[in-house]
Design a binder for this molecule. Structure first.
Ligand code: F6R
Length: 607
């Protein structure tokens, strides 16, 4: 869950590393640190809190001499978030510094062995154990690559590490197992990082490292080997085309707001190459060779899980494919019944979510084909899935996911249409209406967003003193209600629960009083009359209500929020941004750290 970067080149390393860390801060941010060798001495500078604290510390140190080094932003997994637990960590004699993303699960056992050998520890981290384990192996082999290989064969769990040796500072070693690590290939400089934006201003040539691989870089060369036997591994260099501007705020106050406003483009980009506008049909070239499953198991976490719940309804309705949707952290520890002819669809924006990746591996072990619905190209899930459908949403920086869900819903709608057409079960009329609706959708959303924001701002001010909220919906609006509640709680810290509106009377309605408002998603679909009576039950208990409705709705609630209509299920694409904007405006009004909410990280690479 941390961000790591290593640099070996011809520039002063520390500014390059700090700049890279800034672009990785979304991965976690409770402390940060750098290590570099100057005048033959290993310097480690670390600070608790955000990167700015580390920069303040570095101001008083001359760091211009080092042309290689490593840096880290941490999201605590072991040990409290204080400076002594911040990375880099070094081994006892101070010769090796290491940064690490992941968890070494057997670190207590390894630590006990090292303590017996006389090692002392200054932190509570698994990373310091790893540094001393490598140092101990180095004592017996004399060569650092062999020592790292020996140490990592004893380590169980997930890691991406980078090691810097004060005796040979221009050379860095790195390895990965179940944690992201990429290499950037420059001119007279090479980079290692958890994610591409870290080095994008310097190079677009990237090598994706796989589990069990180790790499050695210096300014002018790089090589990849198998971590077990150090045998060479051939790698392909990929050229990345998106630019670093895409990962910047572009004039918006927060990344979240920028990403909400990007959604019209995200929908068009996701449709690109998949619509035959002339024939009014859908093609998913990625899935042409794959059979249509007899049942689909969707596995995902958080917002991606909500997208899966939404997609299930269309896949069943349009393609006649039975779908189960499960939270990955539950799926992976059950013994799900998966049968021949079925398939698994894992949904993940980052492509690195540990539980989702584990669900993918479980499905593969049982011989089921896995389709990945991912945003990050070259991510672990994208690489391990049998087939990948990319959502093509561009980098999502804000911790709270917004445009990713819109892109996932777009892709799921396409999948439902595509399989429905291929199976011959989708009525022509539905196909044509859906294609027409999708064609109009980006333009419609684009013109609605500014007005939606104004309404969201007004309502957020009126309701932001609430301590708790219900979000209600039925049918396709139920996953939207779950998502509305997740967004509000994660960025504004207002307690919020998402419920299927029909469930209210089975318990939750007991909580309703004038201080406990409800946000209902009540479009003019077949279930509208049912939602309407659920809301009347809330009103009968003096509960205040905001309701997202379509023009002409006969709901007499405190705050009707009339949204524009789209064809059938596509109305969800206009309701979701309203929910996102409401949470955004509430959090901003309450002065919260919108893009980096407390206790959260963008990419959840630990279980
Ligand atoms: C909420 C949020 C998380 C993610 C979840 C899965 O705003 O961002 O709930 O949706 O951690 O992440 P991915 O999609 O990267 O697997």
């Amino acid at each position: 869950m941390c961000g790591i970067i290593g640099y070996a080149g011809h520039r002063p390393a520390v500014p390059v590393i700090i700049e890279g860390l800034r672009r990785l801060e979304y991965r976690g941010y409770d402390s940060a640190g750098v290590a570099f060798v100057q005048n033959k001495e290993l310097n480690i500078v670390r600070a608790e809190g955000k990167l700015a604290n580390l920069e303040t510390k570095l101001e008083s140190i001359n760091v211009t001499m080092a042309t290689s080094g490593i840096g880290h932003t941490r999201w605590a997994t072991h040990g409290v978030p204080v400076e002594r637990n911040a990375h880099p960590h070094c081994c006892q004699d101070g010769s090796l510094a290491i940064i690490h993303n992941g968890i070494i699960e057997n670190y207590q056992q390894l630590k006990a062995e090292l303590l017996e050998k006389g090692y002392e520890f200054r932190s509570e981290t698994d990373t310091e154990v790893c540094a001393n384990l490598i140092a101990e192996c180095l004592r017996s082999t004399g060569s650092l690559d062999t020592a790292i290989s020996m140490a990592l064969q004893r380590a169980e769990g997930a890691y991406a590490i980078v090691v810097c040796d004060s005796r040979n500072p221009g050379t860095l070693y790195a390895a990965r197992q179940s944690s992201p690590l990429v290499m950037g290939i420059g001119q007279g400089e090479n980079f290692l990082a958890s994610d591409i934006p870290a080095f994008l201003p310097y190079t677009r040539d990237v090598v994706f490292l796989e589990d069990g691989e180790m790499v050695r870089i210096d300014a002018n060369s790089w090589s990849v080997m198998n971590v077990k036997d150090l045998s060479p591994v051939e790698k392909q260099v990929h050229h990345i085309t998106w630019d670093v501007q895409a990962a910047q705020k572009g004039g918006y106050k927060h990344f979240m707001l920028k990403e909400i406003f990007e959604q019209p483009r995200v929908i068009s980009d996701c449709l690109t190459g998949r619509m035959d506008w002339k024939q009014r049909t859908v093609t998913l070239p990625e899935l042409e060779q794959a059979a249509i499953p007899s049942r689909l198991h969707i596995v995902a976490c958080g917002t991606s899980f909500h997208a899966g719940l939404w997609g299930k309804q269309l896949l069943e309705q349009w393609a006649g494919v039975p779908v189960s949707v499960e939270i990955a952290s539950e799926f992976r520890y059950r013994q799900p019944i998966m049968q021949q002819g079925e398939a698994v669809l894992v949904i993940s924006q980052s492509g690195e979510t540990a539980d989702t990746l584990a669900g993918l591996r479980l499905a593969k072990e049982q011989g089921l084909p896995v389709i990945g619905l991912c945003n990050v190209v070259g991510s672990s899930i994208a690489r391990e899935a049998d087939t990948v459908v990319y959502t093509q949403a561009g980098p999502e920086i804000s911790v709270a996911s917004t445009k990713a869900m819109t892109s996932q819903m777009t892709a799921l709608a396409l999948l439902a249409l595509y399989w429905g057409i291929r199976k011959g079960v989708l009525p022509d009329e539905t196909r044509r209406a859906a294609v027409d609706g999708l064609e109009k959708l980006p333009g419609q959303l684009e013109s609605e967003l500014p007005r939606m924001r104004e309404e969201a701002k007004r309502l957020a001010r009126e309701y932001s003193s609430a301590r708790s909220f219900f979000f209600l919906g039925r049918g396709l609006s139920y996953p939207l209600a779950l998502e509305g509640a997740l967004k509000l709680k994660e960025i504004s810290y207002i307690h919020a629960e998402g419920y299927a509106a029909g469930e209210m009377k089975h318990g939750p309605i007991a909580l309703i009083d004038p201080e406990f408002p409800t946000f209902a998603v009540a479009p003019a679909d077949d279930l509208y009359p049912k939602v309407k009576s659920n809301l009347q039950e809330v009103q009968a208990r003096s509960g205040r209500i905001i309701a997202l409705v379509h023009p002409g709705a006969d709901l007499a609630v405190d705050s009707p929020w009339v949204m524009a209509e789209a064809w059938g299920p596509l109305s969800s694409f206009l309701a979701l941004p309203a929910l996102q904007l409401f949470s955004y405006e509430a959090a901003d009004y309450l002065g919260k750290d919108v893009d980096q909410p407390r206790n959260l990280a963008k990419s959840v690479t630990v279980e």
